[in-house]
Design a protein around this ligand. Sequence first.
Ligand code: PFF
Length: 481
Amino acid sequence: MSTHNVWTHKGTFLLAAVGSAVGLGNLWRFPYLAGENGGGAFILVYALTIFAVGIPILIAETMLGRASRRSPIMGMQHLTHTHKTSRAWESIGWLGAASAFLILSFYSVIAGWALHYTWQMLTGSLAGADAETIGAGFDALLASPGLLTLYHTLFIIASGLIVGLGIHRGIESSLRILMPALFVILLVVLAYGIATGDFAAAASFLFTFDIAELSLEGWLEAMGQSFFTLSLGMGAIMAYGAYMSGEASLTRTAFAIAVVDTAVAMVAGLAIFSLVFGAGLDAGSGPGLMFVTLPLAFAEMPFGALVGGVFFILVLGAAISSSISLIEPVAAFLVERFDLTRPQAVTAMVVASWALGLLTVVSFNLWAEGTLFHALFGRSAFEFIELLTNIFMPLGGLLIALFAGWALTHGEVMKEMRTNEGWFATWRFLVRFVAPAAVAFVFLRSIPQVEGYLIPAIGALVIVGAFAAGRTFLAEPSQER
Ligand code: PFF
């Protein structure tokens, strides 16, 4: 059954996709990864990947959603059927649903930290605090399963309520208020950073490009981040794409999403590092950058508590506009497949993901070490779940690129893209060959045993493999492609 749901306006898909893309990835993960990997060099690779790989896959994923007009799982069933391809391609939908479920479970816990800091900032509890106090506060938060569970629960319920209200009354109307407010707050925080911090140092850190800083590890990290930040490869964009107006341009929309998402990451980076350098703090402090270093910077600045509170509201809003896009693909599937009502479907997804989130909660305290996960995988449950999503997302992106690149015919793609032959050929080359090779690089990051020289060799293998996959696993070679 097709959902037949369509966004209210031609431009709503753009709003929703930007809401999904802009999130903890931009405000929390991007600045600390850039900080750890030498700033400018990292950003160069990140931006290149967004444009050469991210945008083509973004177009492909939206296209699969709009062409099927179904939730990712049902949509891929439909497309494999109508294109007479192997049913193995349906794994795109299942992989997406699994990743959405996994990501939501820990995303909600981390967004919960922002809830804690919003409260702390606005009540002025951190004003004037020193590094030790703030660091100890963060450690105490992580050490408390009760507090973490409380924040996790509040955040996931709020996300569920929005999606439960439906795509128009819930998702659209909340994004219409949330997104403009977020852009205003971001600019206020930037202005504050410029006024009270060291903007020149931030700009030179982020935009001075030193080739020596470009480690392979940082390079791969940048590519992984560009998938995460654009919400690629997991059905979120496909689910939203299923509601996209047939008139909106795929190419223009994809470019707009990527440009806005990148701009937000850059502005957030500039604002955060202005404050961090202004307070004489270290850029490379890892995941604690936002929850330890930044509160410390705010604690020392004039009106820091107020601006800090507003900043963490921004983080919360950005996180919630992303978490709803993790619920939608699975909820839509449950509605289509089992005829559940929307509130039932959302409840099922949210309760299951909430329960899994408890594993992330205890990974910071009760189960911080010595568990079965440590014995089997050498890491905590949270780190294991994160690792799984780091594998599933690029894998989903790879399969989406291959399916859109090889299974869809020239006519179908043209009907969706409505573009000239030159851009069509460029896009198809990118999704058939460049994106699969790039994804292979991202994968290799998780295999520490792979020596440097093996990487180009495996990259080449993947290109050949992509070609073979295209020929072998897709049906009807006689069909015009
Ligand atoms: N793009 C989001 C961020 O940058 O925070 C994270 C995300 C949301 C990833 C939705 C995947 C997804 F489907």
